[in-house]
Design a protein around this ligand. Structure first.
Ligand SMILES: [Zn+2]
Length: 340
């Protein structure tokens, strides 16, 4: 049985997984800088495979890779003519893989970089971009829409209106790049309250902050809204000195964002702990954003008490020659050199 998003939220925690753009860039299929998902048309098998890895790791939602597949961004890389094909194909691929494991399919829109709260004309530009992307997605068949990494409440509201006009459920999350409020001046919890009041089914935060620095903000959101709350942090060790991944710096003082963040990566164990913490905080949709790998997602799923297809290959360190209980005398002789 394939439960709807509403049913899944009512019955427990929903596990999401994102970060497709970062991971496919790391694998050599997306250009860092523009970060446009050209891979959807150029190497669809790469997208299919990553969806499948997240699905096997326990993700319940396949998010169509239409992040930055909007008119403004495609124009930057000279592929505006591929706009419709890219958006439609991304949804088809997500649907195909979701069908292999009873997952939901989410359409996806994000911040456009075209919105300017001081220029009313940009509202229509943004609305047109969302309307065409989500119109194609709805035609291809999606279960709900994730509008994410919103810097402005105003831009998020436009996405919400477009989603509602299509008769779809909306999960709207803000990008917590600032200390406590959106770029148009709304405290994050207040912005979420407004989005919920306007009819978003799920509100919350995604991207930019690691678990440690996103938790205080999400706690406040949880206290403020009655609807379902989503939290999808990046798996990086952000802290008080560098609360966002954009602020992380190498020992030499160079900015690590976006393609030198590896030294700050959270282990699967840290993300497992985060998943439990988020669930205990009352977060309904627990996920992960840029930097995610399937090892994180599987550990999060298992921390939530689930056995998933990839659990077949979960660690059995007791079978490692040097960690097993019945360590042989020959293998025991290796250990002093490892411990040196
Ligand atoms: Zn992200």
């Amino acid at each position: 049985m394939n439960w709807s998003l509403a049913e899944r939220l009512r019955s427990g925690t929903v596990l999401g997984a994102e970060g497709y753009v970062f991971e496919l860039e790391r694998r050599g299929y997306i250009k860092a800088g523009p970060f446009v998902p050209e891979v959807v048309l150029d190497y669809p098998d790469a997208v299919r495979e990553l969806h499948r890895e997240f699905l096997r790791a326990g993700a319940e939602v396949m998010v169509a890779l239409t992040y930055y597949a909007h008119r403004e961004k495609l124009r930057d890389v000279g592929r505006e003519h591929d706009l419709e094909a890219m958006n439609r194909q991304a949804v088809r691929i997500a649907r195909e893989v979701a069908g292999e494991g009873g997952a939901l399919v989410a359409g996806n829109v994000c911040n456009t970089w075209a919105y300017d709260p001081d220029d009313p004309a940009t509202r229509e530009t943004v609305r047109a971009m969302y309307a065409e992307q989500l119109g194609w997605a709805a035609e291809e068949g999606i279960d709900f829409v994730i509008s994410e990494t919103n810097d402005y409440l105003g831009e998020a509201m436009i996405a919400l209106e477009v989603i509602q006009a299509l008769g779809l459920l909306a999960m709207v999350t803000l990008a917590p790049t600032q200390p406590d409020r959106t770029r148009d001046g709304y405290e994050y919890a207040q912005a979420c309250r407004i989005l919920a009041a306007e009819g978003a089914q799920v509100v919350g935060l995604n991207c930019d902050r690691g678990p440690a620095t996103m938790v205080p903000l999400i706690t406040r959101i949880r206290e403020t809204v009655e609807c379902a709350v989503a939290m999808q942090p990046v798996p990086y060790r952000t802290d008080a000195a560098a609360p966002t991944m954009q602020a992380l710096r190498s020992p030499g003082g160079e900015r690590s964002f976006p393609i030198a963040l590896e030294p700050f990566a959270c282990t699967r164990f840290e993300m497992a702990q985060f998943a439990q913490q988020a669930r205990d905080l009352g977060v309904d949709y627990v996920g992960i954003c840029c930097g995610a790998g399937p090892q994180h997602v599987r550990a999060m799923a298992e921390a939530l008490g689930r056995e998933v297809p990839a659990s077949k290959y979960s660690p059995s360190m007791d079978l490692h020659p040097l960690f097993r209980a019945d360590l042989s005398a020959r293998d025991a002789a290796f250990l002093p050199s490892w411990n040196a």
